[in-house]
Design a protein around this ligand. Structure first.
Ligand code: ADP
Length: 639
């Protein structure tokens, strides 16, 4: 941000991301432009919430102005719409920071990605939450006048911008605490000067925020008394919303649309939520929780530090946003409100740590969300799969994070498998129900993508024997299998590790035949090991291959190739574990190789075999140029 001071007025440039966002917003949200009103009212309501919290310990902050309300004023002549609140306000530094920059981490990357996919702009920008900047969809100039609670009248500040590259800031006198946002409406946005239109928008979007929203009544005739007192112009305001916090109402009085609009109010999301659960709990602990599962993921879902969406209230007084203690990390996509009767009003973030009430609220919240998901998974399968596609990878973190609910989370997992058709829709219970007679393990393979997993050479025998294998390709899957060693008494087994359990795969005759071929090809395995030296831990005759000549696997207690690569990419020092090379005794190449033991080309051919087995497993070659040269040599011999 650049700053220069011109006399009293200071000119500041917007952070590049803000200009970019405003450009995107004004262009892509034109057909949704009425949402600016919801965004401004939400900001005012947040500011009033913050002031009310502050005033609990410092009543002086209220000055003489105890009314906590939002006013909307329409001026047809000046073509302005003003949203005014008596909330916490902003000082000069805050206004420059809050209305000139975007503090969310990952913004730059998000905006870059967005401009690359213009067709999806509208949908995606909704996930970002455009807030105050949506003013510029309808206004060609915006003036914000604010005074922070606790500051003297001469420390107000006025911010002004036409939404281009810069804004001005000036210190002003402001009698009342709080903020007013004055929108100088564009010529084509004068519909928002119509009181009826505004009233209906408020009812639609902001009926159930906790504070009253007031508008001037249409001009009324002065009463006889007023006339006698020489009052000719009576200003009367009316409250145009219900002004009762939604979560405090009984469920039976709330319509689905009201639940949905309230969600949009607290989340800044443009789309309706996927599901919600609303509970009033009385007894040892008293609280109300209203929890939502969004339909879309926020743009920074995978940043574990990104803010979370639960608001904590105590006896209807807002305490804080992003109350991270209320929600385990793996449920960070949940939005909503928890209103507790048991916490003190002056509760601080520090106090929330190791607080018994919070602990109970946290586990109750997790349980409610998991119950909601469980119900959805049973009764609304398609909806659940939609959820899973969006948030499944995050929910998986719960297996490692939430020991108490591990079993429940395990039943909620969905996987792509060799028997699903490109969709992650198989539960572990489905898998177990389909297990073959002698099968006692749940088999899985991990790779960078489901497609790569589907083509692993290690899968060949499983395909032949029609044994289902989970195809794992989320980064979190490697941790998942570490923390979920078994499900319903069946252990999870990587197909790329250790020896195959022949009992599952072969009858007595096949086992005997395999033992014979292992004995017969023992000299070949030894010769290949000698040729490859330290590059492999062991060479053995495989039972798992039908089409490929060779594959690499990890020893039972070593980390698999895929997880090793992930760890290395994450900067971890890794001990150099060597793969085991398995040879397919029935493959013509292996038969050929067996006949070439002791020839000059045997070593190079063994190396080619190892290199392609590593490539097929998704691994990198230590020296790819050598592999290419060796392959070309081989070709030359054929031409
Ligand atoms: P968001 O509300 O998502 O944080 P906005 O761009 O709408 O994003 O607002 C940025 C910040 O500006 C808010 O977080 C808040 O600190 C401040 N702000 C906006 N409107 C008001 C207001 N009416 N009163 C006090 N602060 C406000």
């Amino acid at each position: 941000m650049t700053e220069s001071t011109l006399g009293q007025k200071q000119k500041c440039g917007f952070q590049a991301e803000v200009s970019q966002l405003m450009h995107l917003v004004t262009h892509s949200l034109y057909s949704n432009r009425e949402i600016f009103l919801r965004e401004l009212i939400s900001n005012s309501s947040d500011a009033l919430d913050k002031l009310r919290f502050l005033a609990v310990s410092e009543p002086n902050y209220l000055e003489n102005d105890t009314e906590l309300a939002i006013y909307i004023e329409l001026d047809k002549e000046a073509k302005t719409l003003t949203v005014r609140d008596s909330g916490i306000g902003m000082d000069r530094k805050e206004i420059i920071e809050h209305l000139g920059t975007i503090a969310k981490s990952g913004t730059k990357e998000f905006l870059q990605a967005l401009s690359a996919q213009q067709s999806k702009e509208r949908e995606l920008i909704g996930q970002f939450g455009v807030g105050f900047y949506s003013s510029f969809i309808v206004a060609d100039k915006v003036t914000v006048r604010s005074r922070k609670a606790g500051l003297p009248e001469n420390q107000g500040v006025e911010w002004q911008s036409t939404g281009e590259s810069d804004f001005s800031v000036e210190t002003i006198d402001k009698k009342t605490r709080g903020t007013e946002v004055i929108l100088h409406l564009k010529e084509d946005a004068t519909e928002f000067l119509d009181a009826w239109r505004i009233k209906s928008l408020v009812r639609k979007y902001s009926d159930h925020i906790s504070f009253p929203i007031l508008m001037k009544k249409e001009k009324i005739e002065p009463s006889e008394e007023d006339k006698d007192a020489n009052i000719t112009d009576v200003e009367e305001f009316e409250t145009i919303n219900k002004a009762q916090a939604l979560w405090t109402l009984p469920k039976s009085q709330i319509s689905d649309t009201e639940y949905e609009e309230f969600y949009k109010h607290i989340s800044h999301d443009f789309s309706a939520p996927l599901a919600w659960v609303h509970n009033k709990v009385e007894g040892k602990l008293e609280y109300v929780s209203l929890l939502y599962i969004p339909k879309q993921a926020p743009f920074n879902l995978y940043e574990r530090e990104a803010s979370k969406g639960l608001k904590l209230y105590v006896k209807r007084v807002f305490i804080m946003d992003d109350a991270e203690q209320l929600l385990p990390m793996y449920l960070r996509f949940v939005k909503g409100v928890i209103d507790s009767h048991d916490l003190p009003l002056n509760v601080s973030r520090e106090l929330l740590q190791n607080n018994e009430v919070i602990e109970s609220l946290r586990s109750a919240t997790a349980k409610r969300v998991l119950d909601l998901l469980e119900k959805m998974s049973k009764e609304e399968t398609d909806k659940y799969l939609e959820f899973w596609q969006t948030f499944g990878a995050v929910l998986k973190e719960g297996i490692a994070e939430d020991f108490a609910n591990k079993d429940k989370i395990a039943t909620l997992l969905r996987f792509e498998t060799t028997q699903s058709e490109g969709k992650a829709d198989v539960s572990l219970s489905d898998y177990v129900a389909r297990m073959k007679d002698k099968q006692d393990k749940i088999y899985y393979v991990t790779a960078d993508s489901a497609a790569a997993a589907r083509h692993s050479p290690q899968l060949e025998i499983f395909k032949q024997k029609n044994i289902e294998v989970l195809l794992l390709s989320d980064r979190v899957d490697e941790w998942l299998v570490v923390h979920l060693p078994e499900f319903e008494g069946k252990s999870l087994q990587s197909i790329a590790k250790g020896m195959l359990d022949l009992d599952t795969f072969a009858n007595e005759e096949e086992k005997k035949a395999h033992e014979e071929v292992v004995a017969e090809l023992k000299p070949l395995a030894e010769a290949v090991k000698a040729a490859l030296g330290d590059a492999v831990k062991e060479v053995r005759i495989s039972h798992r291959l039908t089409d490929s000549p060779a594959c690499v696997v990890a020893d039972e207690n070593d980390l698999g190739g895929h997880v090793q690569r992930l760890l290395k990419a994450a900067g971890q020092m890794m001990p150099d574990t060597k793969p085991i090379l398995e040879l397919n005794p029935n493959h013509p190449i292996i038969k050929q190789l067996d006949g070439r033991k002791g020839t000059p080309e045997f070593t190079e051919w063994s190396q080619i075999l190892l290199s392609q087995a590593i490539l097929a497993e998704g691994g990198p070659l230590t020296d790819p140029a050598v592999f290419v040269r060796q392959l070309n040599e081989l070709w030359k011999g054929l031409l």
